[in-house]
Ligand binder design. Sequence first.
Ligand SMILES: [Fe+2]
Length: 261
Amino acid sequence: MIDIHTHIMPAVDDGSPAEDISLKHLGIMAAAGVTDVVLTPHFIRAGYRPPHTDRLAKQAALQKGCQAAGLSLTLHPGAEVYLDSKSLQEINEHKLNINQTSYVLVETAMSTFPSDLYEILYQLVKAGYRPILAHPERYQTVISDPELARDFMHRNVYLQINAGSLLGHYGKRSQQAAWYLLEHGYAHFLASDNHCHRDDYPLAKGCELITRRIDDHLPRILTEINPRKMLNNEPIPYFYLEQTSGGSENFFQRFFRRGKS
Ligand SMILES: [Fe+2]
């Protein structure tokens, strides 16, 4: 599995406070079957702003720590960018994209979307970036109307669900929204958003629940196939399921028919 959203880089945001805590959590992740970890510290214009050189130095130190601890994990650079009208400039200037690709992990306000959200995203897409919206199921606006996810996909925005949402870590409403998005094909990635605050790493458990409730191929799409494409800067389809309400095919059949075409 590849975890594309983590706050494991030490002492840069509200995630891991120190390298030994980071290494402990990387150990938990490796034991759960993770092979690659994207380091995505918060980058907020009026808040956390770890400089590029610091981020690279901390990544290199952490990678060394993994080797010393016998963890076969590959770490990749990234950030979680809190969107505002200056985000495009900030991403360019501070190299906030993931692994030098066109993919960039973004977040926005939880309570209400800013009125210029679509405009900000459009500026990123127009400049050649591929935004990935972190945890759509946690935003009140999406919880109230999960079909909004489609709007984002039509605007060339990918969606990353938090595995903890499937387990109820962020409350019942986010849990329901997360399952709605998954069951409608409105998800491209599943990740942990691991802040090192709890030891029950959710990614493997989330995949297990998806296998039980939907099928065993979807977890691979969300935690291996799409993340690998992202790391290689390859395009990922926005719509990978045909929505055929009332049709005779079930989810599984539709999924594989699309996969073979
Ligand atoms: Fe995050």
